[in-house]
Design a protein around this ligand. Structure first.
Ligand code: G3I
Length: 376
């Protein structure tokens, strides 16, 4: 098993990469030189660093693959394992891009996340009418089994269920209103986790969600935090094999961040007996004006504030960014204009610029790993 391959057993017993030697076999006693990659800085503390990648981006930009292989110990296919990408037309399943990402991981001894088996935005267009009927949940459950089985032995951890909390839907426990899903039907979600465990007994299984960082004046963040904690607790109380919580951590400069609130959320999550991974980190600078250097500084400062609190919780095992380079960030092309900059400029939300040069955000992440308490 490669030094960075984290299977469920290893992950739950601490993070396997925390050995006398880092993932690249370098003596960890080596002081953190300025060029020490983020994966090494993380491994020195028993943590992991990684990033989401897109197959198309790897094909377009060889330097992206080189950087990912140097900096990451774990990667996530940004879209390639989603149902709407693997089966665009009913019955015509295409795993080529997902397999390309899996091959890249294997070829570089990287752990591989599966993303995501059940998500309300996963459905290919042809499926939507079928989901509304009585067979809908069976189709969703069958897909969980199919996708997890397909990558058994290659994917080390799965985002099994993604984003089932939405307070604005005004359902009990802030659960999302999604037609095939009877409001509050935690049992169906538990079934998805059981199906994933049966499909790949070694994979670490996550519930993954967003929006738990901030304290807005309307209480939306409070209801998201409560909803996520209640759902994980309810799943575990039913015996669902939820090993870990994915905290997406899509952040935005200028949002109201109260350290003590986030610290308590992380502690409350840890007390549920789950490991925590930051799974989709980026820093949206849509409200930040000024020069690129000024924007980069504010992005780095915000990241440092959030990650310092997150890494203080020893159950937090690492950080996966949602991309490595601003050139391919989803934030610049998001379907939702609220994600994008009003001036239409590319966001500066990731550790590397469009030329794969390290930005202040890279150094802020490095500093947070360097200052993190070692994980036992
Ligand atoms: O591949 C097609 C391309 O052929 C077409 O020309 C183009 C324009 O229509 O669309 C391309 O597909 C887009 C795809 O990203 C690949 O770029 C989809 O329209 C677009 O909806 C899709 O957005 C992705 C989004 O999830 C929805 O799946 C983003 O890249 C991806 O970063 C984002 O990631 C999600 C996580 O999975 C879950 N957490 C939130 C996060 C951000 O929304």
């Amino acid at each position: 098993m490669s030094a960075t391959r984290l299977d469920r057993r290893t992950f739950l017993g601490g993070v396997g990469a925390a050995t006398a030697f880092g993932a690249l076999g370098l003596p960890l006693a080596q002081a953190a030189g300025a060029d020490m990659p983020l994966r090494e800085r993380a491994a020195r503390k028993g943590m992991v660093f990684g990033s989401a990648l897109m197959a198309a981006s790897l094909r377009q930009m060889p330097a992206l693959g080189e950087t990912a292989a140097r900096e990451c110990a774990i990667i996530t296919p940004e879209n390639e394992m989603k149902w709407r990408y693997t089966e665009k037309a009913k019955g015509r399943i295409d795993y080529r891009d997902a397999d390309q990402i899996a091959s890249f991981a294997a070829g570089n001894a990287l752990a591989l996340r599966g993303h995501t088996a059940l998500w309300y935005r996963n459905s290919p267009d042809w499926l939507v009418p079928e989901l509304a009927g009585p067979a809908g949940r069976g189709l969703l459950l069958a897909q969980v089994t199919q996708i997890v089985s397909r990558f058994r032995g290659r994917v080390t951890e799965w985002d099994v269920v993604n984003e089932m909390i939405e307070p604005n839907d005004n359902l009990p426990k802030s659960m999302r209103n999604w037609p095939p899903f009877a409001p509050g039907d935690v049992g169906f979600l538990a079934d998805c986790f059981h199906a994933a465990r049966e499909a790949d007994p070694k994979a670490v299984l996550y519930y993954n969600d967003y929006g738990v960082e901030y304290s807005d004046t309307q209480g939306y963040g409070d209801r998201r935090r409560a909803g996520v904690l209640e759902l994980v607790a309810a799943l575990k109380s039913r015996g669902a094999p939820v090993d870990a919580l994915g905290v997406q951590c899509h952040t935005t400069v200028g949002n109201r961040f109260l350290e003590q609130v986030y610290r308590k959320f992380m502690a409350d999550a840890a007390s549920l007996g789950v490991r925590i991974l930051i799974t989709e980190f980026d820093v949206n600078d849509k409200r930040v004006t000024g020069s690129p250097a000024e924007r980069d500084r504010k992005v780095a400062d915000h990241a440092r504030q959030v990650l310092t609190v997150a890494f203080d919780e020893s159950a937090v095992k690492g950080l996966v960014t949602w991309g490595l380079t601003d050139r391919f960030s989803w934030l610049s092309t998001s379907d939702d204009p609220r994600d994008r900059r009003p001036d239409g400029q590319r966001t500066r939300s990731l550790p590397f610029d469009e030329n794969m040069e390290r930005k202040p955000l890279w150094f802020a992440i490095a500093d947070c790993f360097d200052k993190a308490k070692p994980r036992t």
